[in-house]
Design a protein around this ligand. Structure first.
Ligand code: UDP
Ligand code: MN
Length: 280
């Protein structure tokens, strides 16, 4: 604990003056970000006048989505600061051209972030989802929290009851309890449903805020090259309960290509290796 933290009161559990927020998606974004923020390198920020109750690592899986990332950063730094968050942003970029593996990148982001700072809350978010209300608290809760439950592209409705994709929040304890994500989902789809199975198997349930508060913008886009639908995902999801204790954080291996401290985020570029031979 540093000098500053010793002197400051705790931040309130619910900051005041929160309400609907207009996501900005225009052309001048890049300039405004550079002018309006005053962050140290690495995209880490904490409240000035109080000590935040949680230390939050925000982890974004990434490859070749520069524009989405700019828009996300432009909106989310002020958003998180308004919520008086103590947070750091980790953009985890998959190196190479192989099939994209969102879940493994998120495991890498968790591992790199815990090595760097005393984070106790992890928010795993797609780069193309931005909340539309400051009351949508980017915080951890008693249970793992699903936060992308009210997206404009799905008319602010849940597509199915157990949906757990887009944005989720786990305390460190909760994430360790499920052994993180599976590392075995190459290509689009299913890793989020598999994580849901892990949560339930571990005896937890998921939480959501009301759909009014969770409203968020999700940019429309075509399927990325290298992220074609994963034909193995249904089989993998079925065996989540028997695989989860040996497929996840405790079996994670990767090679860091670079860690770069940008002003607005820490970029981790990582070689996550090749898909496994067997699928169970
Ligand atoms: N993603 C990326 N590059 C890719 C594929 C995916 O950066 O080539 C990341 C990005 O954060 C994206 C997330 O993975 O938001 C989920 O992929 P996608 O947006 O295609 O999922 P969907 O919108 O279909 O749920
Ligand atoms: Mn998307």
């Amino acid at each position: 604990m540093d000098q500053k933290q010793l002197q400051l009161p705790d931040c309130p559990a619910l900051p005041s003056d929160l309400g609907p927020y207009n996501v900005e998606v225009n052309e001048i974004i890049e300039k405004k970000v550079i002018q309006n923020t005053n962050l140290p390198l690495g995209g880490h920020s904490e409240p000035e006048n109080c000590t935040a109750l949680q230390k939050i690592a925000i982890v974004i899986p990434f490859r070749n989505r520069e524009l989405h990332l700019k828009v996300w950063l432009h909106n989310m730094h002020p958003f998180l600061q308004k919520q008086q968050a103590d947070y750091g942003i980790y953009v985890v970029e998959q190196y190479g051209e192989l099939k994209f593996n969102r879940a493994k990148l998120l495991n890498v982001g968790y591992s790199e972030a815990v090595n760097e700072y005393d984070y106790n809350c992890f928010i795993f978010t797609d780069v193309d989802i931005i909340p539309m209300d400051h009351r949508n608290l980017y915080r951890c809760s008693q249970n793992p929290k699903h936060m992308a439950n009210s997206l404009d592209k799905f008319n602010f409705r849940l597509r199915y009851k157990t949906v757990f994709g887009g944005v989720v929040a786990f305390s460190k304890e909760q994430f360790l309890k499920v052994n993180g994500f599976s590392n075995m989902f190459w290509g689009w789809g299913g890793e989020d449903d598999e994580l849901y199975q892990r949560v339930i198997t571990a005896g937890m349930k998921i939480e959501r805020q009301s759909q009014n508060i969770s409203k968020a913008k999700a940019f429309l886009h075509s399927r990325d090259k290298g992220n074609e639908q994963n034909p193995k995902s249904i089989r993998l999801i079925k065996k989540a309960a028997i695989r989860m204790h040996r497929d996840g954080l405790n079996s994670l291996n990767y090679t860091i290509i670079s860690v770069t401290k940008h002003r607005l985020y820490t970029k981790v570029t990582v070689d996550i290796g090749l898909p496994e031979e067997s699928i169970d």
